[in-house]
Design a protein around this ligand. Structure first.
Ligand code: NAP
Ligand code: MG
Length: 399
């Protein structure tokens, strides 16, 4: 069989720890035997980010703008412990936050369905996709520790240098903490458009929630912008498609999500999406079965697994143990990117191969062959727990 040829390259972003190990196995065993893989490679592993002063991350984001499609391995977000572990010169920003900052856009996460893996919330009969506004708020906040007694103020100076607003945040009587966060109408608007479009294309209801009763300017702005865009541009199409837009308070939304049967897109503000996507993916099975794609307003795509670098497994791997780390979400990151590349470049074989590889993953799990994270969730078949290497080999047999 001839290998499938690619036209434009994918932006390939390598990562850290256990997922970096999986990354290479997936390329060697599941991609390169079938595709003449064309990628522009960026090493986002922490040592190389340190070496380049994190320039490699920004370069990768601009490459996605140039080529349109990227695939990313999970990466370490540096914290105090990592600074010590890797001897970092500074606590580098999360690569995902840097890339989102450059591309703007919305992250959609959806669970991978395998017949033998039942959600732990037994009312859920259909997938719940989740959209995370990938811009601003606490992820781009300015914050510091307040050293002691003094006044904290929020000041806005307009472009002509005139001070338009000055508001006392708090008169500190002692040490404390302070943060200021922001968002932009333009980013909220493009988030709303992305979500309404996704709902329409997937024919799913859409839910959105904020805390507008408490946050009377900040969250209220999100609510108003969504409603205006819906009324003006999507209401008719939603009604035609027989789907609904539903707004409620965030605490009401979380209660309803548990009682509902699913089958909708849940649009979330940045922090809500961060937290709720982990909750949903765990409840739908495993983090190893959750896919993630960032779609920018310009129509650029970045695919990845929703989970992190699976550090605990990596430390066992370093001791020479075989681990049973689930490679499926990382495989789906590749298939998502390859399918999109195929669509954009008109290469049907490439998209067809992505379908075939995904199908092989799901059928392998449904046959009972799975990694340890899925075994406890499996119903109806006797699970046979395999190592990551065996899992990939069994998927390859099916391909
Ligand atoms: P994590 O890597 O997602 O792992 C948390 C736990 O979930 C694992 O210890 C494992 O549980 C289970 N798990 C996750 N993915 C799995 C898979 N594919 N197969 C089997 N089990 C899986 O999250 P974390 O431990 O909080 O973070 C580790 C590192 O990843 C951190 O440095 C963090 O900054 C980074 N991170 C990166 C991204 C990203 O790049 N998008 C996202 C999140 C976190 P058991 O140990 O119980 O088996
Ligand atoms: Mg999270």
């Amino acid at each position: 069989m001839d290998k499938i040829k690619m036209a434009a390259p994918l932006v390939e972003m390598d990562g850290d720890e256990m997922t970096r190990i999986l990354w290479k196995m997936i390329k060697d065993e599941l991609l390169e035997p079938y595709i003449e893989l064309k990628t522009e490679y960026y090493d986002l592993g922490l040592p190389y980010r340190e070496k380049t002063g994190d320039k490699v991350t920004r370069d990768a984001a601009y490459a996605i703008k140039k080529y349109g499609v990227g695939v990313k391995c999970a990466t370490i977000t540096a914290n105090a412990q990592r600074v010590e572990e890797y001897g970092l010169s500074q606590m580098w920003k999360s690569p995902n936050a840097t890339i989102r900052g450059i591309l703007d856009g919305t992250i959609f996460r959806a669970p991978i369905f395998a017949g033998c893996i039942k959600p732990s919330v037994n009312t859920w009969k259909k997938p719940i996709a989740i959209a995370r506004h990938a811009y601003g708020d606490v992820y781009a906040a300015s914050e510091y520790r307040v050293p002691g007694k003094g006044k904290a103020e929020l000041v806005f100076t307009d472009e002509n240098g005139a001070e338009t607003y000055r508001q006392t945040v708090y008169d500190f009587e002692g040490p404390g903490v302070l943060a200021a966060q922001y968002n932009k109408d333009s980013s909220i608007e493009s988030f709303a458009h992305a979500c309404f479009r996704y709902s329409l294309s997937e024919k799913m209801d859409m839910w959105f929630a904020t805390k507008d009763t408490i946050s009377k300017q900040y969250d209220q702005t999100f609510k108003i912008i969504f409603q205006e865009i819906y009324d003006k541009q999507y209401k008719t199409d939603f009604e035609k498609a027989g789907i609904q837009y539903f707004y409620t308070l965030i605490d009401d939304a979380v209660a309803r999500v548990i009682r509902d049967e699913g089958g909708f897109l849940w649009a979330c503000k940045n922090y809500d999406g961060d937290v709720m996507s982990d909750l949903l993916s765990t409840a739908f099975g495993s983090l190893g079965l959750m896919t993630s794609v960032l779609i920018s307003p310009e129509g650029h795509y970045e695919y990845e697994a929703a989970h992190g670098t699976v550090t605990r497994h990596y430390y066992r791997h370093l001791k020479g143990e075989q681990t049973s780390t689930n490679p499926v979400a990382t495989i789906f990151a590749w298939t998502g990117a390859l399918r999109k590349r195929g669509e954009l470049d008109g290469i049907a074989e490439l998209s067809g191969f992505a379908d075939r590889l995904e199908d092989a993953c799901v059928k392998t799990i449904e046959s009972g062959v799975m990694t340890g994270d899925l075994a406890a969730l499996c119903v109806g078949v006797e699970p046979k727990v395999v190592t990551s290497g065996e899992m990939i080999a069994r998927i390859r047999e099916r391909v």
